[in-house]
Design a protein. Structure first.
Length: 181
């Protein structure tokens, strides 16, 4: 709606206001103070350069048209002959582990278990964060979980270490429901 209103106002200004201002400024055909100011401020020689370019294009129409067609043909040749491929695979050096302890434990016990998991992989981890138990975010429902669940964010030194941390996590916590993202 804002774009439509903005475009509409721009159209009205372009059709009504600008021609009126031009007429009022140049109705006598004399160079007024404003015209002299605009000539001083404007880029020197821009109009003559533009007209020179237009004269060149109209003087050598056939050559310019041949160059244009040649450029189009060259682009088409490049399009069909150049190798096309997908974006390279993104190497992820971070992961989110969702844990359901499947036991009636409090948040302190959950925190201790997560600390054990992080300590076992501490030489590979650069940064970590944990959401333990129920979260009370008002607008973010991505972390809705029960008091027996936890989410652990882990960032590693290298993308190759993600699989090692996944294996260590599964070995340390085999009895729980573990979902690696």
């Amino acid at each position: 709606m804002a774009i439509v209103i903005g475009q509409g106002v721009s159209l009205l200004v372009g059709i009504t206001l600008l021609p009126t201002i031009y007429y009022l400024l140049y109705k006598n055909g004399k160079r007024g103070i404003l015209t002299k100011l605009v000539e001083k401020v404007s880029i020197k020689g821009l109009e003559s350069t533009y007209e020179g370019g237009m004269d060149f294009f109209f003087e050598y129409k056939k050559s310019v048209f041949a160059c244009f067609i040649g450029t189009l043909l060259l682009m088409m040749w490049f399009f069909f002959t150049m190798e096309k491929e997908k974006f390279p695979a993104v190497k992820q050096d971070e992961m989110v582990i969702s844990v359901d302890w499947n036991e009636n434990i409090d948040t302190e016990e959950s925190l201790n278990r997560i600390k054990q998991l992080l300590a076992a992989n501490s030489d590979h981890i650069v940064q970590s964060n944990s959401f333990i138990g129920e979260q009370q975010f008002l607008f973010n429902r991505d972390y809705d979980q029960t008091y027996t669940q936890a989410k652990i964010y882990i960032k590693t030194n290298d993308y190759k270490l993600v699989n090692i941390i996944k294996k260590n996590s599964q070995d340390l916590l085999p009895a729980i429901i573990l979902m690696l993202l």
